[in-house]
Every structure is written in C-alpha cells, then in structure tokens.
Design a protein around this ligand. Structure first.
Ligand code: NA7
Length: 565
C-alpha cells in the first residue's frame, strides 16, 4: 500500500531537510551520505524494492557492461572489501542482491518509502520548500529536493497500431515480470537490436521454438568474454582499491586500469591497427576497444578502421552472408551509439531457429491479434518482446509535474531540449538537484562513479549552505547557458551527434535532437566541479531567504566541515 507511513496533509513531515526521489544507486547513496552529515532525509521509490535500473531490467541476459569490480560503490572500504563479485561482468540478479545488501548494511530502508510514485513537485518561493505529491494523493515537503530518478527508467513501447488487439503475451525488457518468463516451445519476436536485445536474444533463442528478430538499425557489439573472477585477481584488485578508485576520477569514463591511447589511428600502419583491434577483441569489453586510438571518436576515417574491423568479425562469425551483411552496422560511426557488449550475439544467428528480419526496408506496420504485419508479410507469435529502449535522460523527469509555483514547468523549460548547469541544477528551479542529469558525464561514464561524485558535490553544497545559515541555492541563468553551450561544443567536436541515438533523443518521436550527455570526460568534469565548489559555488546564487526556518535547526552550525568550504 503506497504512503501508509506518511500522514496527510502537506507539511506532514516538517522535520525533513531533503526529499530524494528514487532508490536506485543514486538515491541510496544520497540517503546514506546526507544522513551521515546530519540531514533528515526521506526517499520515495515507485518500485517495491531498491536497485533502480537493476530492479526493473530483469530480462534474460541483463548484465552490466562495466566490470563488476568497478561498477560498485567506493564510499565504504569495508563494503568493497567484503563484497564478492562472482563474474567479470555482473548479471542483474547479482547487482540487485548487492543493492539490497547495501540497503541493509547501511540501514537505509527505514528512510525509504517504497511503492510510492511521485507525480508532482512544486516549489513555493516564499516558503522556500518543495512539496511533492504521491500517486496516493499525499503531500510531503522539505527545503531541498534531489531527483535520483535515473536516466534509463522510462521504458518506451512504440506506438504500434493494434497492440491492444494482440492475444499473445508481450513484454518490455525494461519492465520485466519478476517471476521471469519461460519461452520454451514458443514462437517469439524480439523487436529492437539495442543493448538489451543483444543481451536477451542469445538466451531467448535457446528457449524458443523459433525466434524472429526485427532489426531496424544494426548495432556494433564486442564480446564480453565473461568468466568467473579469478580469486588472485580479486585479491590484488581489492588491495589496490583505494588507489584505483582515486585513479578512476582521472579518466574520461571513470574507470581505472585502461592505459589511455597515445596515437591516432591514422599514424598506425594497417597491420598494426588490425593487430591491436584483434588484441582488444580477444580481451573483450567496450572501453578497451574504444581506447585503441586517440581519434576514434573524433575522426570519421579513424573510426572507419575500427568499424570495418567489427564488420569483418561479423562476416566471419555469421555463416549466411545475407544475414551477416544485414547485421553489419553502416549508418553510424562505431561508439557513437552505446557500444554493446555481448555473449554470443552474432553466433545466435547461425541457429536454425533464429531469423533476422529487416525492419528498415520492411517496417512493422501493425500488431495483429496473432502477431504482427510488416510491409512485406504477416507473422504469428506467441510472445512479443519489445527491446525498444527508453525515453532516456529526461523521461523520468518529464513524467513528474515539476514546477515553481506560478512559473513554468521543467518540461516547458526544456521544450527545446534539456538545459542544466553541470547536469546538477536547472536555472529557475531553486533547491532542486539532479544526480547524473543531462549535461553531466553520467551515462557516458561508469554510472556509480558519477553518482558518487555528484552526490558528494550536492552534499558538500548543502553542508556549505547550512554552515553559513543559508537556505537557497539556484543556478544562474548565464551559468546554465554557458554550460549548455559548452556541452554542445564538446559534443560537436566529436562524431557523437552523427548517430540517431538515445543520447540525442532521436529514439523518441518529437523529442528535440540535442546531444544530452557531457562527453568532456569524468576527469575534466570533476576538476570543474571541484573548482566551482572551492570558489564558493561560482555560477550558483546562494541566498539566505528564510534559511533559519528551512534547515533542521539541530544540524545547523554543527561545525561539520565540507571538503570544499
Ligand atoms: P536502445 O539502445 O534504445 O535500443 C532500442 C532498439 O529498439 C533499437 O534497436 C531501435 O531501433 C529499436 N526500435 C525502437 N522503436 C522501434 C520500432 N518502432 N520498430 C523497430 N525497432 C524499433 O534500448 P536498449 O534497451 O537496448 O538499451 C538502452 C541502454 O540501456 C543501453 O544503451 C545501455 O546503456 C543500457 P533504432 O536504432 O531506433 O532504429
């Protein structure tokens, strides 16, 4: 039952300092961190458990594409020393188990309200408070609001005609039944060939009687070479954890252990290039592959060398030449959409029970009661899996009616595309923070690293305000304009904008085409954030309006130092 522990009416919980929306990795850490600084925090989560992405994305084969020793919290050395990851790349159930363990180990659940979807958040300037409304109609308010709503948390099923008439079962990878799905003996369709499909297809193919894969755009994928972790490697890694975590902040992706490339592909003879790509292919992993040369994401000619290498791999793996050619991506540079990581994806198309359908030349026109119709023919299916992605980066925020009382909504503010200062605050929306929002390196980095860095920045900022008796912080319009322009300039110097990716909002009809993440790298971004904090939060307006009424008095002027103050 939603909201059972929150009483009516609004301001029912006046003791709160901070409301956090979302109990994924971001919301959980925000709670832990802020609680540790003496703030009174409550987290609201739509799901019936913690874990965010890893709570919802339970499709077969769901797995992280960042190695498990890196894709984990660093804030507690005890935690990182005691937790045992079984595999190089952790599977969804393992990551969810980790999230649950963290929630328990740090006693987070007492301040997390599950099964509660937030539908509106309104800021009242005079009161200097955010009031959120739950789907159960309850209101709760606090001076500060943190949106830990995730970047890939709004699953999108395309608006296919006829879906309601379909008599079989259908699923979306991002909203998978908790009890799992057994496709044994069934005729199954998978629509989409993004990262989720590429992970799910090899497993569904092993169960299904026959699997049809509807591909509109071919994607590049490199092998994971997943395997159980070697205990010696784990021991060494754990001994170096503190240094490795620090080193991660000096890298573009927030992942240590990958020596940066030193020369452009154009300076390498063909044989040397192929030999290097071959080594990277054998090692597995996306970072290593894209780190082959300095110019893979800035020069089309350089990029072509890596793209053609992968296409030749596909041609070598897939036996039917027509299928192989269809699987070869040709419409975008490699790495400009999320490079996928697979375990036997291309090999799956050698199975007799798998058929690849070109949904570009023969688009899906309608879902029928028994399957679907393309422009070429009718198909019958017992089950359809939509691996059709998410309204990424802005979807979860747009679903909530976020507004300043008497002013515009966040949705309106972002009509032409998201604009933020550092991906953390939005001008005109005081005291509301985003964790890994658009304009931050979030989705182009190891998410956990970015989540911790953003949360630490926000927590330091709140402690800074409190220590000075201030209660309001707002991004300045010129700072937001400048940062947004910088984010665009950095992206425009790369090949990223050349792909119709979810980074560009291109997968959602009508969504403005703006490259949303900051691709200047975690290292540059963190330096910028640190300098801004050290300089007294340049680009932010800090004021004391009604501060004495808004911050938990028992925690004001406690002398808790901020790292940057
Ligand atoms: P993605 O990467 O957005 O992939 C969605 C796929 O669905 C992609 O192949 C789309 O083709 C396809 N799609 C979407 N709409 C249609 C229609 N109408 N017809 C046919 N095919 C369609 O989502 P994922 O869940 O795989 O991955 C998202 C991220 O999660 C991933 O990058 C990782 O970071 C984790 P398109 O390319 O648009 O032609």
């Amino acid at each position: 039952m939603p909201d059972s522990s929150v009483a009516e009416p609004k301001d029912s919980n006046p003791a709160l300092d901070v409301i956090v929306i979302g109990a994924g990795f971001a919301g959980m850490y925000a709670l832990h961190k802020l609680r540790g600084l003496g703030f009174r925090v409550r987290v609201f989560e739509a799901g019936s458990g913690v874990g965010g992405t890893w709570f919802w994305n339970r499709y077969p084969g769901a797995r992280c594409d960042v190695e498990s020793m890196e894709y984990s919290y660093s804030f507690s050395n005890e935690l990182q020393q005691e937790w045992e990851w079984p595999e190089r790349y952790a599977a969804q159930p393992e990551i969810l188990r980790y999230a649950q363990h963290v929630a328990q180990r740090f006693d987070l659940m007492r301040d997390i309200q599950l099964n509660t979807r937030i539908i509106a958040s309104v800021y009242e300037r005079n009161a200097n408070r955010w009031t959120i409304t739950t789907d159960g109609g309850t209101s709760i308010s606090a001076p500060y609001l943190i949106m830990a709503t995730g970047n890939l948390s709004t699953p999108r099923v395309p608006d296919f005609k006829g879906l309601k008439s379909y008599r079989g079962k259908w699923y979306h990878t991002g909203y998978w039944p908790h009890e799992g799905v057994d496709f044994s003996g069934l005729r199954v369709a998978v629509i989409g060939t993004g990262s989720s499909a590429i992970q799910a297809i090899p497993i569904i193919a092993k169960q299904a009687k026959h699997l049809h894969v509807f591909q509109r755009t071919a994607n590049y994928s490199v092998p994971a070479h997943n395997a159980p972790l070697d205990p010696d490697y784990v021991r060494r890694h754990k001994a170096e954890y503190p240094q490795r975590r620090r080193a991660a902040y000096d890298t573009p992706f927030g992942i240590a252990g990958y020596p940066p490339p030193t020369k452009p592909a154009s300076e390498a003879p063909v044989e040397e290039r192929i030999s290097l790509y071959e080594d990277k292919w054998k090692q597995g992993g996306t970072i290593g592959f894209l780190y082959s040369y300095t110019d893979l994401l800035t020069s089309k000619d350089a990029n072509d060398t890596a793209a053609e290498f992968v296409r030749n791999k596909i041609r070598g793996i897939v036996k039917d030449p027509a299928t192989a050619e269809l699987l070869c991506p040709k419409d975008h540079p490699i790495g400009t959409k999320r490079l996928c990581l697979d375990m036997g994806y291309y090999e799956t198309f050698n199975r007799d029970n798998v058929t690849l359908v070109d949904a570009r030349s023969t688009p899906i026109q309608v879902i029928t009661p028994t399957g679907l119709r393309t422009s070429a023919q009718d198909y019958e299916f017992d089950a359809i899996v939509f691996a059709t992605g998410f309204d990424a980066m802005t979807g979860a925020l747009a679903e909530i009616d976020i507004r300043v009382q008497g002013g515009t909504t966040l949705r309106e503010h972002w009509t032409a595309g998201p604009r933020t200062y550092l991906g953390i605050m939005v001008a005109g929306f005081p005291n509301m923070f985003l964790i890994t929002g658009p304009g931050s390196p979030g989705v182009k980095s190891n998410m956990v690293v970015s989540i911790e860095q953003h949360t630490d920045f926000i927590a330091d900022c709140l402690a800074h305000l409190r220590a000075r008796g201030l209660g309001r912080i707002e991004a300045e319009q010129c700072a937001e304009d400048g940062w947004t322009e910088h984010v665009n300039d950095v992206a425009n110097a790369t090949l990223y904008p050349q792909a119709n990716s979810w980074y560009m909002g291109a997968n959602i009809p009508g969504k403005p085409r703006i490259f949303m993440p900051y691709v200047g790298g975690v290292h540059n971004y963190k330096k910028k954030c640190d300098a801004i904090a050290a300089g007294g939060y340049e680009g932010f307006k800090l004021t004391g309006a009604d501060a004495s009424n808004n911050v938990n008095p028992s925690t004001r002027h406690t002398g808790i130092a901020t790292s940057n103050a």
